[in-house]
Every structure is written in C-alpha cells, then in structure tokens.
Design a protein around this ligand. Structure first.
Ligand code: TRP
Length: 327
C-alpha cells in the first residue's frame, strides 16, 4: 500500500506573496525533489466560501499557477492540476460523506472559527460543513501517505485520518492513513507588522515589480520605540528586520545590528539595503514569471496535462473503492 506520493492543494486566491514564497512554496520545491508530488488548485474548496462570486476563480488560478511555475514547481517532475478537472475527487467525496459522522465536522475548530469570523457570508451550507470530507478525498484518492500542511490544517488532516480508518474498518484496507508533514516555516510579517496576508493589504507580491517592491519596503514599520535616527534602535523589535533575515546576507546583517543599536544607521537607509537585496533576490523569479505569462495558454496546458495524469491515478483508486464497497 505504500507509495511515494505527496498531495497538497492551495485554494486559488490570486497572486501569491512572500509569505507563500517562504512557507508553502519553498517546501513544495524541496518535496518535488524526493517525492511523486501532486499539487493542485483547490477550486472546489474555494466554492465553499465563494459560491456567490465565482467570476474571479479562473483568473486566480492562472495567477497562482504562474507563480508556482516561475518559482520552479515543474510540470516535468510534479503533477500540477486543477481539482475540478478530476471528477473522482467529487465521487469519492460523496462516498466518504456517507460514512462521516456530522459530529466530527461540527467539532472541527476551523469550522467554528470561520463561522464566527466570516459574518459577511452565509456559511451555513452543507458544502462548507463538508470541507474536510472533500479534503480527505483529495488526499486519499491518491493514497498519499504524507501531506505537507501548515499548523492550521492539522485538525482537517486528523479528520482525513479518521475517515480513512473508518472506511478501512467498514470495507477493508484500501487507504493509508496520511501523516502530516509539518515543516518549520518562518512567519513572514507584512508591512504593518501583522502576519503577511492579502486580505490585510500588507503583502509584497511575487509579481510586484522592482519599483513597487521598493516602495512597499520603504513604507514598512520599523522599531516603533525609535522615533528619531539619533535614538538607538533594536533590531529584535523591528518589523522590517524580520525580512532582513530572509534577504540580507549574514555579514551585512551583523553590521546593521551594530549600527542600529549605535544609532549610526537610520531606518530609511536600513530599509534601502533591504529593498536592494530583496529586488536582487527576486529578479530572476520575476523575469521568469514575465516570460511565462507571455506564453498564452501555458497554464491551461499544464493543468490539462496534469489533470489527465492525476485522473489516471484517481481512477485506479476508484476501481478499488467500488470493489470494496460492492456498489
Ligand atoms: N485546505 C487547504 C487550505 O485551505 C487546501 C487544501 C484542499 C488541501 N485540499 C487539500 C491541502 C489537500 C492539502 C491536501 O490551505
């Protein structure tokens, strides 16, 4: 039953930012070297909250997959596809929904939290409650034994494991119970010091150009307890400095720490250093993205080809599922 497969999906929310870059994507890039990876745009999952405004989803997929490709997620090495192109996800979801107790879904902390926080949308739907069942299908339809997820997705994955166990108990051993591959990722702060997020309007996007990036970096919050350049600063309190550790070479950083504490380097100059390093580091990625974006229909082709490959695997699993179920 064991295989080397990894499955991971991302809801298409449009252009990706540096938080994705240092979190999910660098993790995927590493996994791609050692596993058979299935990476997909979870467009049906988007419907759970966006069912009333679906017009942006296609564009979001396009932007997101361009970012993946530019970053080095490679269709020659990984299967890159679109969830809604592989109907077996839905078929398995239906079957799993029959054996999933509603109480498992209702006690899911993410469910409760989102119900409470997203008050502008009516989330009292069957589909939203069933989010983890669809996610379980995404994963086990490829019999994946490992799933790279962030801490926030752990409760969902726990439900996946429970559903797989229940299926095996009822109908015989078909599915491995997938384990979470938790990876340490740096928490990337946005311009205002909160977690970087598109919805907070504090993000630097992978697709921003050099000019835009510089402007954003220069607007970043620094050490709020250092009102004037003549006051000594503290890098450990500085929002911008959290990005220095990702983009500025160690030696230069050591100099900055000393100069900041001695009040010989001001925040404006310090952020100029950061902006320069960041623009240089991101330049090849941006050039690549522009080149890929010029090839019209590229993303579509990649997704079609990937979806065919994914479907071939998913179909095999469904043959076993039907046999086990006798329906
Ligand atoms: N729930 C994930 C998120 O919100 C997206 C997702 C859907 C996913 N299906 C998945 C992740 C399967 C890993 C495996 O980020």
């Amino acid at each position: 039953m064991s295989n080397n497969r990894i499955v991971s999906g991302m809801r298409p929310t449009g252009k990706l930012h540096l938080g994705h870059f240092h979190g999910v994507l660098s993790n995927w890039l590493e996994l791609q070297r050692n596993f058979d990876c299935f990476f997909f745009a979870a467009d049906w999952h988007s419907l759970t909250t966006e069912y009333a405004n679906t017009e942006g989803i296609k564009d979001s997929i396009n932007e997101m997959v361009l970012d993946w490709l530019a970053f080095g997620i490679d269709p020659e090495k990984s299967v890159i596809f679109e969830q809604s192109h592989v109907p077996q996800h839905a078929e398995l979801c239906l079957i799993l929904s029959m054996i999933t107790p509603v109480s498992w879904l209702e006690r899911n902390p993410t469910y409760k939290e989102m119900q409470e926080n997203l008050t502008t949308k009516d989330l009292s739907t069957f589909g939203f409650l069933g989010y983890p069942v669809l996610m379980a299908s995404d994963i086990i339809v490829y019999k994946s034994a490992r799933v790279p997820v962030g801490q926030d997705q752990v409760p969902h994955l726990e439900i996946t494991r429970e559903i797989a166990r229940r299926f095996n108990h009822l109908y015989g051993p078909v599915f491995p119970e997938p384990a979470a591959l938790l990876t340490e990722t740096p928490k990337v702060l946005g311009l205002d010091g909160r977690k970087m997020s598109k919805s907070y309007g504090n993000a630097i996007f992978l697709s921003d150009d050099a000019e835009e990036t510089r402007k954003k970096v220069m607007s970043m919050v620094t050490d709020t307890l250092r009102p004037f350049k003549k006051d000594p600063g503290e890098p450990d309190r500085c929002v911008a400095f959290t990005l220095h550790s990702l983009y500025v070479p160690q030696e230069k950083r050591d100099e900055i720490v000393i100069a900041c504490r001695a009040a010989t380097l001001g925040c404006v100059d310090c952020k100029k250093i950061l902006a320069g390093c960041m623009v240089d580091t991101l330049a090849p990625f941006r050039a690549k993205r522009e080149e890929l974006a010029r090839q019209s229909g590229l993303v579509q082709e990649v997704l079609e080809e990937g979806s065919r490959k994914a479907e071939a695997v998913a179909k095999e699993t469904m043959v076993e599922v039907r046999a086990a179920l006798r329906v």
